[in-house]
Design a binder for this molecule. Sequence first.
Ligand SMILES: Cc1cc2nc3c(=O)[nH]c(=O)nc-3n(C[C@H](O)[C@H](O)[C@H](O)COP(=O)(O)O)c2cc1C
Length: 201
Amino acid sequence: MKKVEKIKIVAIYGSPRRKGNTATLLKKAVEGARDSGAQVEEIFLRDLKMSPCLEIFGCTKSGECRLKDDFQKARDQILASHGLMLASPVFFYTVSAHTKILMDRFQSLWVKKYWIDKTPLNNPKITRKGLFISVGATKGKKLFDGILLSMRYFFDTFDMKLWKALLYRGLDFEGDVLKYPEYLDEAYEAGREYVTVLTNP
Ligand SMILES: Cc1cc2nc3c(=O)[nH]c(=O)nc-3n(C[C@H](O)[C@H](O)[C@H](O)COP(=O)(O)O)c2cc1C
């Protein structure tokens, strides 16, 4: 009988708040994914020691970042996974600083992919898929425009397409999301559905 490989997902908490709105939603998605049989590793960016990119381009030789800190472990976990669930609040129309530091450190991989390995742009073979969760306090139509654009290009670095984005407006204080059980249900269901999608790419 063919052995079915367990789906491995990395869940990244990008907010400085441990129990904030995005963290609560991501926890639900993690719960859904685990209930569907996936193995989920959680990374809380606020607990990592990670320098911002210093733009020294030590990565141009091999694609390896010269700065040695918690980035390497997080990168390797992401690269070894079938899928990534990432949650960040909107901070000034983009991601949190914690999330942005991780994204910028992935420039080393971007350099490897496009400068060293000369991978063509818009590779049609991309099958990996990612889930993104975000919230903002305000309700403007363009609230998520910037963050979604950043996320698409970030995911592309490790050959991932944005499969689903759960975006919620009008949530500001810690615990605000608890007033909307339908958002929590949606996150849970997204976690479940995500495993199905990753199992049948
Ligand atoms: C530094 C900072 C910048 C923010 N910028 C925005 C913003 O540009 N637009 C917005 O709607 N909300 C903004 N907010 C509000 C947060 O998006 C909101 O409080 C959100 O619920 C925080 O999510 P969390 O609990 O997961 O951290 C900002 C909050 C902070 C602390």
